[in-house]
Design a protein around this ligand. Structure first.
Ligand code: ACO
Length: 421
């Protein structure tokens, strides 16, 4: 069987045959057939917007790999900073490379005092930390002269380093402001996740629990990238206009903020709290099936099988609960999962728990308020956004993103004065 596809325009009889590579054929076939012919694909269900060598995902088989390495192995054996290096550079670092990268990230964690004093302090006292995070990332770019030099590899690398290093600092600052606590400066003696936990929680004496430090790192690894998701696509679309990476990442973070994307973990905990007790689970499942809302933390555009990240997170949850005590919502979550996975509504639609189903329970057990959940997702996703941004800028096939539309409005008509309408 040839690995080609042949498209015939029945209006003209013209035929074009193009190769299929890796399950993809180039839309140049359509342009060749008729340059005024477009493919209608809302929400990009059948569109590959780029060629990418960063993350591989097989949704039917429940496979996720970063640069070829299975997520299970990385979650078990690696650290977030090593994974960040891998995602950005394509290969795992040598001992020296990792030491240098860790040193560099650790020494770029501070932010300009004016970011806090003039920018963050300007928010209303009860501002949502994710809204603050989104704006703070964009504002951060105004502090760096080279931010706009997107064609200069050295300047680009400097911004990447800054953004990965400062994301936890900004995140913890947004939290501390929202609860009226003084901001904790970064501590360069600590690991990336321990430094974040220390900035979040230290009031007087505070020592980071090594199990929680590792759990945070694993959660960061699991959230670091997920190929062309909504936020990463936003990053690529904005970056394609050669906007600076801070503005692009602020756009990506805005996309992540939505409840159908990174905001889902927040909604999961709210949903579990609303269900309240085990006996309410069956009625809740019925209400979802009747179309009254969705089972948050279930379903995925790509995974039509158990999300491999959800499996790892479920294991991590038990490690965390051994330190913090069990989150009382866990039993409701387990009952909900069991009920859904044995119900034909969810089976037929291939709806399985996604990464957000259990992550919120861990975050809550660790003391994070629900409002911080999406911020916790955004910290490590910064790496994925930047890896894709870099790949986009180096890809000669890419241009400014500019889809076409299927116009469905009125034909030309004459303007009518307001008194005659
Ligand atoms: N609960 C109940 N029904 C659902 C759910 C759900 N969570 N998800 C999908 N469905 C149903 C839809 O109603 C639809 O049913 P229908 O065919 O009878 O109309 C069918 O399953 C297919 O759903 P779509 O919306 O077409 O699936 P899509 O791929 O567009 O959506 C999404 C994926 C947005 C993740 C969806 O499953 C959802 O809303 N899930 C809940 C929110 C969530 O957990 N988001 C986090 C995703 S992971 C992440 O972004 C990090």
């Amino acid at each position: 069987m040839p690995d080609t596809i042949t498209i015939t325009d029945d209006r003209t009889g013209k035929t074009v045959t193009v190769p299929i590579e890796g399950g993809v054929f180039s839309s140049s076939a359509l342009r060749e057939l008729d340059p005024t012919l477009y493919c209608y694909d809302p929400a990009y269900l059948s569109t590959a917007s780029c060629k990418s060598a960063i993350t591989y995902l097989d949704g039917d088989a429940g496979i996720l790999r970063y640069r070829g390495y299975p997520i299970e192995q990385l979650a078990e054996k690696s650290t977030y900073l090593e994974v960040a290096y891998l995602l950005l550079n394509g290969e795992l670092p040598t001992t020296e490379q990792l030491a240098q990268w860790t040193f560099d990230v650790t020494h770029h964690t501070f932010i300009h005092e004016n970011m806090r004093k003039r920018f963050v302090d300007g928010f209303h006292y009860d501002a949502h930390p994710m809204g603050m995070f989104v704006s703070a990332i964009a504002a951060l770019g105004t502090f760096y002269e080279g931010a706009k030099d997107v064609d200069d590899k050295e300047a680009r690398d400097r911004q990447i380093l800054r953004m990965i290093a400062k994301a936890p600092t900004i995140a913890s600052m947004c939290y501390r402001f929202s609860v009226g606590l003084p901001f904790n400066q970064p501590n360069n003696e600590l690991s990336y996740p321990a430094n974040f936990l220390n900035m979040m929680w230290r009031i007087g004496e505070y020592e980071v629990d090594p199990i929680l430090e590792r759990a945070m790192d694993v959660l960061f690894i699991l959230h670091a990238d997920h190929e062309q998701n909504c936020g990463t696509t936003a990053m690529r679309v904005i970056g394609s206009s050669q906007a600076d990476p801070y503005s692009s990442a602020a756009g990506a973070a805005s996309a992540l903020y939505g409840p159908l994307h990174g905001g889902a973990n927040e909604q999961v905990v709210r949903m579990l709290a609303e269900i309240g007790s085990l006996e309410n689970v069956p009625a809740f499942i019925e209400s979802v099936k009747a179309g009254k809302g969705r089972l948050m933390g279930f379903g995925h555009r790509v995974y039509k099988n158990y999300d491999p990240r959800a499996t790892i997170i479920k294991q991590t949850a038990y490690d965390v609960f051994a330190v913090t005590g069990k989150n009382p919502l866990l039993d409701i979550a387990l009952a909900l999962e069991e009920a859904a996975l044995s119900d034909s509504y969810f089976i037929d639609r291939k709806l399985y728990p996604n990464v957000d189903f259990y992550s919120g329970l861990i975050y809550q057990a660790m003391g994070f308020p629900v409002d911080m959940f999406t911020v916790l997702f955004a910290i490590p996703r910064m790496t994925g956004w930047l890896a894709h941004w870099q790949e986009l800028l180096d890809d000669p096939a890419q241009k400014i993103s500019r889809p076409r539309q299927w116009y469905a409005g009125p034909d030309e008509r004459d303007y009518i004065g307001i008194t005659d309408r």
